[in-house]
Design a protein around this ligand. Sequence first.
Ligand code: NAD
Length: 247
Amino acid sequence: MSSRTAVVTGGASGIGGAISTRLAADGALVAIFDIDGAAAEAAAIRIENAGGKAIGLTVDVTDRTAIDAGLAEVRARLGRPTVLVNSAGLTLDGPFLDITAAAWSRALAINLTGTFDCCQAVLPDMIEQGWGRIVNISSSSIHSGAAGLAGYVSAKSGVVGLTKVLALEFAKRGITVNTIPPGFIDTPMLRRTEERGFIDVGAQIARTPVGRIGTPADVAATCAFLVSEEAGYLTGQVIGVNGGRNT
Ligand code: NAD
């Protein structure tokens, strides 16, 4: 990917962190949007120390004003983006009957509306350049469900629908839109979810055909292909990265 400008939300940690690193290694100019601005800056410095080009910005994807301000800075410092990876996400819920209206709204805001807003904010740059790649990180829980994560799973299922609609609306403009629903990937989020008792990582490994948990780099490798030139005929797809486990 030669000197494309890429925005990666949630790009300071875990899957988004690996995607930022991989896209920069492939030659992209990477803007890391993360609610944890210090972590975003640290990730950008690591990329620059490895010879890549990156900036880290404090952007909460639930705040459209912050997204627009972040993009203005990206355009000024790195040029207009043609790649967007929406990886910011959070598991928040709890037993269904205990979920408050505020917690439900928050789960949708981070995991679904944030993706909508980032897509809507970046698409005009892609349209103007006649080329674009969007990858939305959803979750294998769209297939399996996940007890205790009603808001999260509902939001991630919405990301699949949004991905398919955007793929159709922008197909003739050189823009592809796909979603990766990762299986169990070893990140800080997964370990936090395990600590809260919502998943048993050992049991999940036992049910995964390849016999191991995924790495953030596994997801980044698939994402790197989806944002490449060669992937132009691949759009509106749900590409599981899950060690062969489809449920
Ligand atoms: P992570 O916690 O390691 O990283 C998530 C990043 O998103 C963090 O840097 C965090 O600061 C950032 N973030 C959180 N809320 C934000 C907000 N409002 N605005 C901007 N940034 C925000 O988690 P991860 O496991 O790497 O998850 C990345 C994505 O992959 C998420 O969308 C998650 O739902 C999805 N996912 C993860 C797994 C897994 O097993 N780890 C499985 C399926 C899906």
